[in-house]
Design a protein around this ligand. Structure first.
Ligand SMILES: *Cc1c(COP(=O)(O)O)cnc(C)c1O
Length: 631
């Protein structure tokens, strides 16, 4: 077992980024660990995939593991409770889940259920999200926090929620919004429960830096906050202001940035209390990050802190600031979305085929070939560890010269084709020697990554991994099987869309992020599955219909205490008819039009009646089928 762990885990760095939710089994397969029952035998992931396929649920499939959501919810709540106890903080912790991070009913309902005992609530940033929040069975202690730009109807719903016993806070984003709230409250004759969203002046680094500081699109500057307070006082409604909110953006890379923000937020809190606002809640927003690369450093896809450090630092920072001013400790609220759900889902897809950028079969120049081709041909004979760089340079040089000759009409098609084969054979030799070498020069390693294979995956990046495309998000990717074999090839992963952006070319490995993924040779009779991990946050509804690839199949499983698993929920992916209707085609009309065309050909004698039957059946089957490659 230990030896197996060493080979496979070392390559992909699973031990670093896997958060002990994933492991490598002696069978060479990825196992799902039950974090709620760590003694239970892990569930072999390829086994789950095989059993889904037997049921007709084919890849690509998004697999959600309930236990991972429950575990993470508990971890966050327990870490805050622990930090509060250790610091002697007098307030409680009341987290809320920001619905925009994953709006799927299956996910939100799990969070509501598992969060009940912790008084965990929901954050809504839009009217549809508010309707979701108001219709869930939250515990009486739970908060519903309303952020975002709100119209009169949004505000009316949020005010009326009070009548239902829901602790629903309207967080004012602007002085204008206050006027809407005042008008609605007056009309309803109900005092609203209010918060103010304050723009902190300190900015965070990372991809979401724009969400912090003066120029962020949300919240109010200090002078606007003062205006709002004065306006509330003038209306005799200052007692309604009970919550202060700030949110700095997602995936805060460094714990000291979170601490700086908490410190400034606490200072504002103190001042607002001194101004007479009866605040009881301090909401520090989202931003708790996920260590996607396992590097534990302050960078775009990693973080330099643990959950416990995050909680301890926020609690202590707020406590110091309030104690210094003699202000009572408020209930602490955070809105951690990414950290709650990122780990809970994975995208699983099969590899359809590979394009190789080397060839193992020897190839040489023939009599009469250009002398550059002869020179290219000789390289394979002198590849050695000491001459790796020289061989790489020679191969690149002669291939370029030969291509130039071809472009000028000086060599023919078959000769340039031979040149390609000879080149690919030389690359194969270089790759093999490099794989065994003690040290490979950086330039050679980089050049070899540029000659990585392309593995074509059955998925759409635009539909299933939009952040990989849009903001260079790095998710851990690795094969689900054969992890007891050393992967012999390096590949980039291309998706099934006809778009050259549809590829994954940054991979988390044991020693950092690389441009090629170690993979195994494909076998004729065997599916080869890759998993993209930690895709539970933001990916599901941000995706689009590029090339009309629709939603994938989605399956939720429960991990049982006895080591088994149960399939608890399944959503079939979009059919072709569904995606056609999304772009305003009527599938019925399409079928009728096709039938008419076919019938016309039958009348002309160009098709037989039997061919007609077959064609129509095929069209119908396709309409009701999956948008992805079916095998
Ligand atoms: C998006 C958002 C969050 C969630 O942030 P995470 O980094 O996913 O925790 C929280 N609060 C507000 C106001 C947001 O807009």
């Amino acid at each position: 077992m230990d030896a197996v762990r060493a080979t496979a885990a070392d390559v992909y760095g699973l031990e670093r980024w896997g958060q002990r939710l994933l492991t490598i089994l002696p069978s060479g397969e990825i196992g799902l660990v039950n974090p709620l029952n760590p003694d239970a035998a892990p569930v072999a992931l390829p086994q789950v995939v095989r059993e889904l396929e037997t049921r007709g649920i084919r890849a690509p499939v998004l697999l959600r593991v309930n236990a991972f959501i429950e575990h993470q919810l508990r971890a966050i709540n327990e870490a805050f409770a622990g930090a509060i106890r250790a610091a002697g903080y007098d307030g409680a912790y009341r987290g809320v889940f920001p619905i925009k991070v994953n709006q799927q009913a299956e996910v939100v309902d799990r969070i509501v259920r598992h969060g009940h005992g912790f008084g965990f609530g929901l954050e809504a940033g839009s009217k549809p999200e508010l309707l979701i929040a108001l219709s869930r069975e939250l515990s009486p202690e739970s908060l519903v926090i309303c952020n975002g730009i709100k119209d009169a109807e949004f505000v009316r719903l949020a005010i009326l929620a009070k009548k239902l016993g829901i602790h629903c806070v309207i967080v004012l984003e602007s002085p204008r919004e206050l006027e809407t709230v005042l008008a609605e409250a007056r009309a309803l004759g109900i005092d609203p429960v209010l918060g103010v969203r304050v723009k902190l002046t300190r900015r965070i680094s990372g991809k979401w830096a724009e969400s912090s500081g003066d120029r962020s699109a949300f919240g109010m500057t200090m002078n606007q906050v003062v205006d709002v307070l004065d306006r509330l006082k003038a209306e005799g409604l200052s007692h309604c202001l009970t919550l202060q909110h700030s949110h700095l953006g997602s995936q805060i890379p460094s714990v000291n940035e979170a601490r700086m923000a908490a410190d400034e937020a606490a200072r504002v809190y103190v001042e607002l209390v001194r101004e007479g606002a009866p605040l009881t809640h301090l909401d520090l927003g989202g931003g708790l990050g996920v260590d996607y690369t396992g590097e534990h450093k302050a960078s775009a896809n990693s973080i330099n802190y643990s959950l416990e450090e995050y909680c301890t630092n926020l609690v202590e920072t707020v406590k110091y600031a309030l104690d210094a001013a003699g202000v009572a400790h408020p209930t602490l609220v955070t809105e951690s979305g990414r950290a709650t759900v990122a780990t809970s889902s994975m995208l699983i897809f099969n590899i359809l085929e590979a394009t190789y950028y080397d060839q193992a079969t020897p190839a040489t120049a023939e009599d009469g070939d250009h002398h550059h081709l002869e020179a290219l041909s000789e390289i394979a004979g002198y590849v050695s560890e000491a001459r790796l760089q020289e061989c790489m340079s020679d191969a690149t040089w002669y291939r370029e010269e030969l291509r130039a000759l071809f472009r000028r009409g000086q060599i023919r098609l078959r000769e340039i084709a031979r040149a390609e084969r000879v080149f690919l054979y030389a690359i194969d030799r270089i790759k093999r020697v490099a794989a065994q070498a003690e040290a490979v020069p950086d330039d050679v390693a980089e050049a070899l990554e540029a000659h990585a294979d392309i593995y074509h995956g059955n998925f759409s990046l635009f539909q299933s991994l939009p952040d990989v495309w849009a903001i260079d998000q790095v998710h851990p990717v690795m094969p689900l099987q054969r992890l007891d074999e050393t992967p012999t090839r390096r590949a980039v992963i291309s998706d099934i869309t006809c778009d050259s952006d549809g590829k994954i070319d940054r991979f988390v490995l044991a020693d950092g992020v690389h441009h090629a993924l170690p993979v195994h040779d494909l076998r004729e009779d065997e599916s080869y599955y890759l998993g993209v991990f930690f895709v539970g946050a933001y990916q599901e509804t941000l995706g689009d219909l590029h090339n009309l690839f629709g939603d994938t199949n989605v399956v939720t499983i429960d991990l049982r205490a006895d080591g088994g698993y149960d399939l608890v929920h399944e959503v079939e992916g979009d059919s072709i008819a569904e995606v056609l209707s999304y772009v305003e085609y009527d599938p019925r009309d399409a079928l009728d039009a096709f039938k008419a065309r076919v019938e016309a050909r039958v009348s002309e004698g160009g098709l037989t009646a039997a061919e007609r039957r077959e064609l129509i059946a095929l069209f119908k089957d396709s309409l009701s089928g999956y948008t992805y490659y079916e095998h």
